[in-house]
Write a protein that binds this ligand. Structure first.
Ligand code: MOS
Length: 734
């Protein structure tokens, strides 16, 4: 290997991005492009009685207004609308399908015009009459109607009994409000209609093949007659895992007009898409006086829509993090008249671990134990939910290295005991855990005799660095300099890839590349053996490697043939290979990434203003392919954790079932002024079991635990425990 893997490497797509050469879904042009603008429902539930489009149609430049009454045909069954990451249960949303209104902000008409401004203006003239029905959008008001969803974590022992008889016990309820993703790039689709009826759809998505299958089944298109392309994505964070409605609208427009159509959602309309569900979390912890844990109970009550059951694992994380003989986890959902929630970075863990790690801090206070010490006393070397060991778990080392970098030993344990001028100082910490998943994926490699290779795969790069990681792995596997590699991603016609999510793409794509590179190597070996007096005449495929532009004997690198010579001698201009990699199906070990987060807050005593002045995140996520982009991922996760702790909150007016702050002026996210020092440590973690590179993947682990570390720091600074996020200053001054 030539060592690209493990070396901090700048994004190979960085130049295209900063020069504007990188094109996003809403930027592709075509002759005769039509602009679509969606009309959004203003009620939360009911029926459309009448849509009056006459005023809109009179506007010069308006071509048509589509509604459920005049749209082109779409599939009429749930199966056809169910994409690969849709909830298993429910009836997926169908835009412009019929007269039903299921949530405020749902599209009810599409105005098609010669330019965007005209479409947007005409959309304001569309009059919709509704028959309103009773609705509910408040999780708290409906919590008694929560129903149980079955999850895999089995109860252990008798947690209720252990809890009631415990020497030291902590029970409390925590709350995470609805949050929206707010990626910088708006949701957009450009559907290019061709005379032969074929369509190319430029789409903002985390999975082109998911969108491809979905649009083919919704519009009954043959696979070859539709192509989905998404070369660059300006952030998504889970919001583009499922196909969103603007893609269906763009195709509807293109089919109706037989012209190319672009639909871009406004920021406000993006609040009608999926979101992190508001979740109530009840955690109970029972401890012996020595700080070992005897019982953990965790109940989550989350919102879902009226038409789909979206749920994620909020509660099972305790079974991974802390040894406890007794435990019980309950997952419940409440159906509300909102868009179906969806994955948002570390779904279930960002929320569930916030509650668990806040509760652990409260237990440490009750036990008069240092919070790290408590976590070490109940450290679990096994996944107790499945009763299996980990492929690797360097969480202890995360605690140690994180604490050292932070200076934790200098912490005064008493709340309100540290200050800096007029500010109270608080230090808090928390653990993080996420899954290290890996999925089947394929790659195609085309090697040309000039020593250049093109690697392609349908995977998306949603800003995480997939282009670069693929190039690094390929450069090492093929023994070529990084500059000789080009990478093509996110076209549905390329080799198979899962949606980019779950932090599984680095491991999945890397091993797809490795598998295909082996095929290239084997082919080169055949060519090398055919050369006169070949130094590799007796070498088997596993005895040779590609390095430095040559195929060489592993044990004696001087016995080598240059790639170019081998190909020229065999009169081969290009070698093309494609292979799908499947990971061994091994359930004997748990696969997880871990972290320890340390946060310092400074709080103005009179004003309650909280500043997160320092964060140290120590992450153990196996081998880090690209420490530079990996660090960016963790930085982003920490910044988001600051937002989760202090700023983010989608506010509903429950009298109307509408969101009151659907914009990034009133939906607060951290800006540069809110972000101070963030230190990212990658703890060395050799993992020989998980996969051949020892890669776990990261991205989502970056946010897990951050809000808890900050909330715990706020308690340490003020002596005030705020259990409902975000921790706004009014809650501190009360
Ligand atoms: Mo991530 S929430 O799986 O895009």
């Amino acid at each position: 290997m030539d060592g690209h893997v493990g070396t901090p490497t700048s994004r190979i797509d960085g130049r295209a991005k900063v020069t504007g050469a990188a094109k996003y879904a809403g930027e592709f042009k075509a002759d005769g492009l039509v602009y679509g603008f969606a009309v959004s429902a203003t009620i939360a539930r009911g029926r459309i009685r009448r849509v009056d489009t006459s005023a809109a149609l009179r506007v010069k430049g308006v071509l048509d207004v589509l509604t459920h009454q005049n749209r082109p045909q779409m599939a009429d069954n749930d199966e056809a609308w169910r994409d690969e990451v849709a909830p298993e249960r429910g009836s997926p949303f169908r835009p412009l399908y019929d007269d039903a209104v299921k949530f405020s902000g749902q599209p009810v008409a599409l105005v098609l015009a010669e330019d965007w401004e005209t479409a947007r203006f005409a959309a304001s003239l569309v009059r919709v009459e509704y028959q309103e029905e009773a609705f509910a959008t408040d999780l708290h008001a409906k919590r008694d109607e929560a129903f149980v969803v079955q999850k895999s974590e089995r109860p252990r022992g008798d947690a209720s009994k252990a809890l009631s008889g415990a020497a030291i016990r902590h029970e409390a309820e925590y709350f995470i409000p609805t949050e929206h993703h707010n990626p910088m790039e708006p949701f957009a689709s450009t559907a290019i209609w061709e005379a032969n009826g074929r369509l190319t759809v430029y789409e903002k998505t985390q999975g082109v093949q998911n969108v491809h299958r979905y649009l083919c089944s919704v519009f009954r298109k043959k696979a070859d007659d539709l192509r989905v392309v998404s070369p660059y994505v300006g952030g998504a964070f889970g919001s583009a895992l499922r196909p969103q409605y603007q893609g269906v609208l763009a195709v509807l427009g293109a089919l109706a007009l037989k012209r190319p159509v672009r639909v871009v959602l406004t920021r406000q309309q993006m609040y009608g898409l999926g979101h992190r569900p508001a979740t109530i979390e009840r955690v109970g912890l029972a401890a012996k006086a020595d700080g070992t844990i005897d019982a953990i109970t965790h109940e989550a009550i989350a919102e879902t829509s009226q038409f789909e059951e979206f749920s994620r694992n909020d509660t099972g994380w305790a079974g991974l993090l802390y040894a406890s003989a007794n435990s019980k986890f309950d997952h419940k959902l409440v159906s509300l008249d909102v868009a179906t929630p969806c994955d948002m970075r570390a779904p279930g863990a960002a929320t569930g671990v916030y509650a668990l790690e806040s509760a652990m801090d409260e237990l440490a206070v009750a036990l008069k134990l240092d919070p790290i010490e408590l976590r070490l006393r109940c450290y679990s070397d096994r996944d107790q939910n499945e009763d299996i060991p980990y492929t690797s778990k360097q969480l202890r080392e995360c605690y140690r290295q994180g604490a050292e970098a932070f200076g934790w030993a200098r912490r005064e344990p008493e709340p309100r005991s540290m200050r800096d001028g007029h500010e109270l100082v608080g230090w808090g910490m928390a653990s993080g855990v996420w899954e290290a998943l890996q999925m089947p994926a394929g790659a195609r490699i085309v090697l040309t005799a000039n020593g250049h290779a093109e690697v392609s795969c349908a995977a998306s790069d949603i800003g995480t660095g997939t282009y670069t990681v693929v190039a690094q792995v390929a450069a090492d596997a093929l023994g070529l300099p990084l500059d000789n590699l080009s990478v093509k991603l996110a076209d549905s016609t390329l080799p198979q890839a899962p949606v980019e999510g779950g932090s599984w793409m680095a491991a999945s794509a890397a091993h797809a590349v490795l598998g295909t590179a082996q095929e290239i190597r084997n082919e080169l070996l055949n060519l090398a053996k055919a050369m006169p007096r070949s130094p590799l005449a007796n070498a088997g495929p596993d005895n040779v490697i590609l390095t430095d532009g040559k195929l060489a004997d592993k044990r004696d690198l001087t016995r080598a043939v240059s790639i170019t010579d081998a190909m020229r001698h065999g009169m081969v201009e290009r070698i093309e290979k494609e292979k799908v990699n499947h990971f061994a199906d091994d359930t004997s070990h748990a696969r997880n990434a871990h972290s320890a987060i340390f946060a310092e807050v400074k709080i103005d005593e009179q004003l309650g203003v909280v500043r997160v002045t320092r964060v140290v995140s120590a992450v153990a996520a196996g081998r880090i392919i690209n420490p530079k982009t990996a660090r960016s991922q963790i930085l982003g996760g920490v910044v988001w954790g600051i937002g989760m702790a202090l700023h983010e909150e989608t506010l509903f007016d429950h009298r109307f079932g509408r969101i009151m702050n659907p914009n990034i002026a009133e939906y607060h996210v951290p800006t540069n002024a809110d972000v101070y020092d963030i230190d990212v440590i990658f703890v060395e973690e050799k993992d020989e079991l998980i996969n051949s590179l020892g890669v776990k993947g990261l991205g989502e682990i970056g946010i897990v635990g951050v809000a808890a570390a900050i909330a715990n720091a706020v308690y340490h600074a003020t002596g005030k425990r705020v259990r409902d996020l975000p921790i706004t200053l009014d809650k501190l001054l009360n």
